[in-house]
Design a protein around this ligand. Structure first.
Ligand code: PLP
Length: 406
């Protein structure tokens, strides 16, 4: 094939297994929170690569640090450690409750490691009967078989049975149901501090506190899935810091690499002891390039002024959305924390979030959905005020088109 072949959107349907249904246009470059497609049309990016591109597109520091690392050493495998990963591990331990970390490549892998850790810790320290996992309806933890089983959306697991057993689900934020479900047979409880894919639904503080207490009472491991909420997304480095509830294991991915795939679990010495040499692993985990990306992201995102700015941008966006809502009466709720914001559509527009997001793209603004009824914003954490204002203006134009069509 000619080297200068320019792919077209139809190639997706022709050559790719159709697990996704991407937008009709193909983005080719970006800068900050502006994306340009093949035709030269520009979009304000409120998607952020699904809460991943913490520093936006083509961030100079990220580009130059990655290029420098590429010129030094790219990959070694786990027979050797490397400087970037050791620096990253130290930083994550210093910034959080963690004493030990494990690196992998995605959010699902991080949760997979967390759940395996919990099963093995319980087996080694208690008994084979202590194997139950409590998870929550509407949760999303990834697409491996274990993580779709823990996730609370049966549509993602029902066709892949037999599924891993001993996983129970209760309603998110239902304290009594959760407390009753946690027993001496529970080895782990896994929960998102804010359900992201499930509709941008923040946990109540009392709920997380109750889970913490019940886990302590029954010697169960409390896992916070911070794949979507972590790395500054909520205006704190991790959402558990907002809540003042400390987990035993925390999974992180997405924004950690700023677009370079990386995942990790953070835990304490006590629980890390379950995963001994050879008990779990991955070829790429802790790769020097991924660690360099994460070191760059953390060096910027961990700064207090940067995190405060995330909170200010939350205000700017939610205020803009509320004003729009006063004019158009389309959302029944605008919620979330930091730069993870969900707008739930009113009854009349139910099920139309995807249709609205398509109209947004036509109007030059990229937005996410979180289920059929929620429009979600998860932009780069360094999105500028100008980009926000331009994006909101285009979003309102899209709302007008959408409402007129209804
Ligand atoms: N956990 C949460 C809370 C997520 O939002 C996601 C992805 O959306 C995952 C896990 C899975 O992460 P990944 O797609 O990197 O495997």
């Amino acid at each position: 094939m000619a080297m200068d072949y320019t792919p077209v959107r139809d190639d997706f349907d022709k050559y790719m297994i159709p697990m996704f249904s991407p937008a009709p246009f193909i983005p080719v470059k970006g800068h900050g929170s502006v994306v340009i497609d093949q035709t030269g049309k520009d979009y304000i990016d409120f998607v952020g690569g699904i809460a991943v591109n913490s520093l936006g597109h083509a961030n100079e520091e990220l580009v130059s640090n990655l290029a420098a690392q590429l010129n030094k050493i790219s990959h070694l495998g786990n027979g050797y450690t490397n400087e970037p990963v050791l620096k990253l591990a130290k930083t994550l331990c210093e910034f959080t409750f963690a004493e030990k970390v494990f690196f992998c490549n995605s959010g699902a892998e991080a949760n997979e490691a967390a759940l395996k850790l919990a099963r093995k810790y319980a087996l080694e320290n208690y008994s084979a009967e202590k194997n139950e996992i409590l998870a929550f309806n509407s949760a999303f933890h990834g697409r491996t078989l274990f993580t779709v089983s823990a996730g609370g959306q049966p549509k993602y697991s029902q066709d892949f049975g037999p599924l891993p057993g001993a996983i129970k689900h209760q309603d998110f934020n239902d304290i009594d149901a959760a407390i009753n479900a946690i027993t001496d047979k529970t080895c782990a409880v896994i929960v998102e501090p804010i359900q992201g894919e499930g509709g941008v639904i923040p946990a109540n503080k009392e709920f997380l506190l109750a889970l913490r207490e019940a886990c302590d009472r029954h010697a169960a491991i409390l896992i916070f899935d911070e794949v979507q909420t972590g790395v500054g997304r909520t205006g704190q480095l991790y959402a558990y810091m907002h809540y003042g509830v400390v987990p035993d294991v925390l999974s992180t991915a997405k924004a950690l690499g700023g677009g370079f795939p990386i995942g990790a679990i953070l835990t304490t010495d006590k629980f890390a002891s379950a995963l001994s040499v050879g008990s779990h692993g991955t070829t790429y985990g802790g790769n020097p390039l991924a660690a360099t990306a994460a070191n760059t992201v953390l060096s910027i995102v961990s700064q207090i002024e940067f995190l405060d700015d995330v909170k200010n941008k939350h205000q700017l966006i939610t205020q803009g959305l509320s004003e729009m809502n006063a004019r158009h009466d389309i959302f029944q709720d605008i919620r979330g924390m930091g730069l993870l914001i969900g707008c739930e559509l009113k009854e009349h527009f139910k099920g139309k979030a995807k249709a609205l997001s398509n109209i947004c793209a036509e109007n030059g603004v990229m937005v996410l959905i979180a289920g059929p009824n929620v429009v979600r914003f998860a932009p780069a954490l360094n999105i500028t005020q100008e980009e926000i204002e331009m994006g909101l203006m285009r979003f309102e134009q899209a709302l007008e088109v959408f409402i007129n069509k209804e």
